[in-house]
Design a protein. Structure first.
Lengths: 190, 243
């Protein structure tokens, strides 16, 4: 087949008008088919999705007490206010995307069952027999758990939940942009 | 009087011609007539002219392929009924499902027939495949039909997965979130595949509509065409049982 084709191209004496037109026809058919294939796949990728915009406004910073954890469930975002500033967590489990739930005590059942829980690398806190209760998040789908600062410590989650950008908008409210992932050291000081 | 009699005679002959056009060979009183009837009749032609008793021994096939096809028909018919009341939009889907359960007469019956037949079909297709494997019926010359069968298993599972989203309750939303996030783990193509599957970044209106279209048209149509090939190949390759 390939040899025949090469012979056809190399030896122009064998290239009759009819075989040239046939070849041109097949090339055209193949190109048109590939374009149609591209179009039919590209068609399925919407350019606009009309989903909830990634940026939204929360309350002014004064609404969040120091040490508080606020879950904004409709936006799947958590606002933590620590003594050294604010940060926002994207409340999407890093395992397979479910929404973890906040619990004031996310550790004691594991500690009492004898499971060793690693130290939180960011805060240095550790749940021990002497002090088993630490707040955090539990994912309802496959049981991943995170400390209050979104660092994973149990279950299949491969990494901490993402932190997202936040700033104070001109009107004094907190503006959170879920499309901008920031470093774990990010803090907003107000 | 003779006019009426002539009219009745005419009616008989017209009816006789109509019946004769459907049943061309009369009653299958001999093997020859039976064979000709089976060969020329569209409904019967799936059936071999001659079947050895040993080929269709119940203890050999366990009727699993036939059961799977029967359940497919049940699912097609009940699915069609459900479509009269179900709107694939995030504003309506859950409420429509509840209406089917509690408001629409026989709604619960139809929905549960669809639901249980779907569960049962996954089981019978798996068992059918296991039976074919254990009896070695996938071997030459039936390798191709084994391949078609694996595609039919895949379509059965995809039909289950797409149908799972349609009630639009918490279980279905998060199951599909999890399922499509698994696709996201694939190297390079992962995120594109997920965006393609759910038509966005979160499981929302686009995802529901896509799964609905695949569930009620795309996958059943592909499954039907593959079934046609599957059954035809069974006929051409011959039954494997009773050797």
């Amino acid at each position: 087949m390939a040899a025949d084709f090469r012979r056809l191209v190399e030896d122009s004496r064998e290239m009759t008008r009819r075989s040239f037109l046939a070849m041109a026809g097949w090339v055209g058919f193949t190109v048109a088919s590939l374009i149609a294939l591209y179009q039919s796949i590209r068609w399925l990728y919407p350019n606009a999705t009309y989903e909830d915009p990634p940026a939204f406004k929360a309350d002014p910073p004064s609404a969040y007490a120091v040490g508080s954890t606020t879950v904004i469930i409709d936006k799947r975002v958590v606002i933590n206010h620590d003594p050294n500033g604010f940060y926002a967590i994207s409340l999407i489990c890093t395992h397979l995307g479910c929404t973890p739930r906040y619990f004031p005590d996310a550790t004691s059942d594991l500690v009492l069952a004898g499971t060793q829980i690693a130290k939180d690398p960011d805060t240095g806190q550790q749940a021990t027999k002497a002090n088993p209760v630490l707040p955090g998040f539990k994912c309802p789908c496959h049981g991943s758990r995170y400390f209050r600062d979104a660092v994973n410590f149990f279950g299949p989650a491969p990494r901490p939940m993402d932190r997202v950008h936040m700033e104070v908008a001109p009107d004094g409210k907190l503006l959170i942009d879920r499309s901008v992932i920031v470093d774990r050291s990010f803090r907003l000081k107000v | 009087m003779s006019v009426i009699r002539a009219a009745i005679d005419e009616m008989y002959s017209v009816v006789g011609q109509m019946v004769g056009s459907v049943f061309r060979h009369g009653l299958p009183l001999t093997d020859k007539i039976a064979a000709r009837t089976a060969l020329t009749n569209f409904v019967l032609h799936i059936h071999p002219v001659r079947v050895r008793r040993s080929w269709i021994r119940m203890s050999y096939t366990l009727c699993l392929g036939g059961l799977s096809f029967f359940l497919f028909i049940v699912l097609t018919v009940t699915g069609l009924y459900l479509m009269f009341y179900y709107v694939p939009s995030t504003n309506h889907a859950y409420q429509d499902m509840r209406d089917l359960q509690f408001v629409i007469t026989f709604g619960g019956l139809i929905r549960n027939m669809h639901r249980w037949a779907a569960h049962a079909m996954v089981i019978t297709v798996w068992l059918h495949m296991a039976r074919v494997f254990l009896t070695g019926a996938y071997k030459k010359p039936r390798e191709f039909n084994w391949g078609v069968g694996t595609l039919l298993l895949l379509i059965t599972l995809l039909l289950s997965f797409t149908g799972y989203l349609l009630p639009w309750d918490q279980l279905s939303i998060w199951a599909v979130t999890v399922g499509t996030n698994m696709a996201k783990y694939a190297p390079i193509a992962g995120p594109y595949t997920r965006y393609l599957l759910i038509g966005g970044r979160v499981v929302g209106d686009n995802a529901l509509l896509r799964f609905y279209v695949l569930h009620v048209v795309g996958l059943p149509l592909a499954g039907f065409l593959l079934m046609v090939v599957h059954f035809w190949r069974v006929r051409k390759d011959g039954f494997s049982g009773g050797l």
